[in-house]
Design a protein around this ligand. Structure first.
Ligand SMILES: [Zn+2]
Length: 232
């Protein structure tokens, strides 16, 4: 049950938890709520326990214990359906999620809204930064890079009084200059869109596992099997 060695952790990546509309430009970003619920139930039945990135980080750096089969369930951007559809399912399992919140998504219409974020925080969700406006950070100038990285952390800390210790690169785009800015802004680590397990020692290039609308339970299980086969 208790590990003192560093445990590699799968970090699942979700976007919209809703059936894909027929004209969606990126239909793979949509996971129907029924599929999401089935995936969470499958994880629970197979002994997985959702944790926050912070808890994984504390295991990696201090050897603090994590539950058996730890997994991070992360949600990008801040779509309303993450609150209305994913949150109830995770709450039923007493599992925290990790929200990579783009500050722009706190908008009045169709977004997450601050009161919803506060409900997630009350349910032990972790709120991480995902910039102000979701640019390709490798293509913006230094001033814009800093305001997107440091400014998003400041805004979320100010609004929600939570640490905001981790960053998520928009569209998985980063380079050495971007990583340096993320470090300088005080983040402890950052997640990418590369397929793999999150693990030490490079906390600023933490791999994830993208789950899309075609995966269903079978695809999720196959991806996890592939990762754990190569983990040790
Ligand atoms: Zn994003």
């Amino acid at each position: 049950m208790h590990h003192s060695r560093p445990v590699p952790v799968p970090v699942l990546m979700y976007h919209v938890i809703s059936p894909a509309p027929s004209v969606a430009p990126y239909p793979q970003l949509f996971v129907p709520p029924r599929e999401f619920d089935a995936q969470m139930r499958w994880l629970a039945r197979h002994g997985y326990h959702a944790i926050t990135l912070r808890r994984a980080y504390d295991n990696w750096t201090e050897g603090s214990p994590v539950p058996a089969r730890p997994i991070v369930i992360s949600f990008d951007d801040g779509y309303l359906s993450q609150y209305t559809r994913a949150f109830p399912e995770l709450r039923a399992l007493h599992w925290p999620g990790v929200l990579n919140l783009e500050v722009n998504f706190l908008q009045p219409v169709g977004g997450m809204r601050p009161w919803r974020v506060r409900k997630l925080i009350a349910a032990r969700w972790e709120i991480d930064a995902h910039t102000l406006t979701h640019p390709d950070l490798t293509r913006v100038d230094d001033a814009r890079l800093w305001s997107e990285v440091d400014g998003s952390r400041r805004a979320l800390r100010h609004d929600f009084h939570v640490p905001v210790d981790f960053f998520c690169y928009p569209s998985g785009r980063y380079d050495d200059r971007v990583v340096a800015a993320v470090r300088r802004a005080g983040f402890l680590g950052a997640t990418t869109t590369m397929f793999g397990l999150a693990r030490p020692p490079d906390f600023f290039r933490l791999d994830r596992v993208e789950i899309d609308g075609s995966d269903r339970v079978r695809g999720l299980a196959a991806k996890l099997r592939k990762l754990t086969a190569s983990a040790y």
